[in-house]
Design a protein around this ligand. Structure first.
Ligand code: GLN
Length: 194
């Protein structure tokens, strides 16, 4: 299995390490043609304005959109922002997943935090059904989701922080910064075996 990680800015090395530890070939993607032979793509966290700007400047943005429309794609944090429907706000989005996010919803960098989340879709990966240690770094929040979107995790009663719509997975936190690989395994399960 070959999984690409958009490697323009942000936490792509950490995703690469996670994937390689799971025996997956991880490819750093900076050019359109590198999308050709991938089974899936991760858009990492970082700064969504910077990632979008670089993707546009590198001539990659529309190819990313075409690729992501038909493949399993996981966006973490800034990546989740980019995967969302284009609501005409900054930065431009890939206009795919029917989720609406508010950026920097928990405050500034200094307000970053870790929280234990209940994530029922991970339970089959762990007999103990442990909570997931979620790292929030200047994270957005998913304010609303469309009818086809499954909510995977909430913080407190009302804050949606992980969601899936078919081939697309969005988490507003950073599983690649923990030593818990269950979200990566869950994403790999979304990729059809050949
Ligand atoms: N605050 C960033 C943004 O709006 C996202 C932060 C992150 O990816 N950890 O793009």
């Amino acid at each position: 299995m070959r999984v690409g990680i958009l490697a323009l800015q942000g936490a792509f090395i950490e995703h690469q390490n996670m994937l390689e530890n799971l025996g997956v070939t991880a490819v750093q993607v900076r050019l359109s043609q590198q999308l050709n032979d991938l089974d899936g793509l991760i858009i990492p966290g970082g700064e969504s304005t910077t990632i979008a700007k670089l993707a546009i400047d590198f001539g990659l943005f529309s190819d990313l959109k075409t690729y992501a429309a038909t493949h399993p794609v996981w966006g973490t944090c800034a990546g989740a922002i980019l995967l969302a429907k284009d609501d005409q706000s900054h930065p431009p989005r890939l206009d795919l997943m029917d989720i609406h996010l508010a950026r920097n919803a928990f405050g500034r960098q200094i307000d970053s935090f870790q929280a234990e989340l209940s994530v029922p879709v991970l339970d089959h990966l762990d007999g103990n059904k442990q909570t997931f240690p979620a790292v929030f770094i200047r994270a957005p929040i998913i304010q609303s989701v469309g009818k086809k979107v499954e909510i995977l995790a909430q913080l407190g009663y009302d804050k949606i922080v992980a969601a899936r719509q078919g081939n697309w997975l969005a988490t507003v936190f950073h599983p690649e910064l923990t030593d818990d690989n269950r979200f990566h395994r869950y994403y790999l399960e979304m990729i059809p075996s050949k």
